[in-house]
Design a protein. Structure first.
Length: 223
């Protein structure tokens, strides 16, 4: 079941869209906290976003830019601002389609179906892991924190992935070593320590401190 996030200022319209999409076997959710759109985006981890332009606090262009920093998922703008300038701007900043309000819900579903089919038939789902504002993009193999982006090595990525998949839990050294090298045998235990130390220094360069915690004699964790 594909998840769709609806960022629509008029909650009556948003809920009617969500109810209609749910009948088509989508899992649709409307934003209610327009100050923290990215928090709800990260919590739902949607495969598509329906995004209005006129929103409280920050407009749709702002949130499109924020989403594009961490994800390549399809974004469809839905707006009554149908002049050419708004349509061009929406597409230029990362929108995949633009639907003018008012619109027929059956047309909206047809466009969603087509866009999801094109997107996910040829590429894997874009997944992200998030903890304390640190976002790990599983497709781009990078870390996003605030406005900073850090490209990761294969080992950096695997260490962060296994830790962020188990937030608040201690992951044993042997489990991490198995993830990195497909075995915890014949590997110098100090090699993992060196990798983690180097990763911590990289994270500190973009302002991420005390993210990976050492549990002496047990392993590592992120809170």
């Amino acid at each position: 079941m594909y998840r769709i996030l609806i960022v629509e200022d008029d909650l009556v319209i948003g809920k009617s869209i969500a109810n209609y999409l749910n009948k088509w076997n989508y899992q649709a959710k409307c934003i209610t906290d327009f100050r923290n759109v990215m928090d709800e985006f990260l919590a739902l981890d949607p495969q598509l976003v329906l995004l209005d332009i006129s929103l409280p606090f920050f407009n749709g262009y702002h949130w499109c830019n924020e989403i594009r920093k961490i994800s390549k998922i399809p974004i469809i703008f839905i707006s009554s601002a149908s002049d050419n300038m708004n349509i061009v701007m929406a597409m230029d900043i990362g929108g995949d389609d633009f639907i003018v309000k008012p619109f027929d819900l059956s047309v909206l579903v047809a466009k969603i179906n087509a866009l999801i089919r094109r997107t996910y038939s040829f590429q894997g789902q874009v997944n992200i892991l998030e903890r304390n504002g640190v976002v790990l993009n599983l497709n781009d193999v990078c870390i996003i924190y605030k406005d900073e982006k850090l490209e990761l090595t294969k080992n950096d990525f695997k260490i962060l992935q296994v830790l962020m998949e188990n937030p608040g839990k201690v992951v044993s050294r042997s489990e991490i070593m198995t993830r990195l090298w497909d075995s915890d045998s014949f590997i110098d235990d100090n090699t993992l320590t060196v990798n983690v130390t180097r990763l911590r220094k990289k994270l500190e360069e973009i302002g991420i401190y005390d993210f990976i915690i050492t549990k002496k004699g047990l392993g590592y964790m992120v809170k």
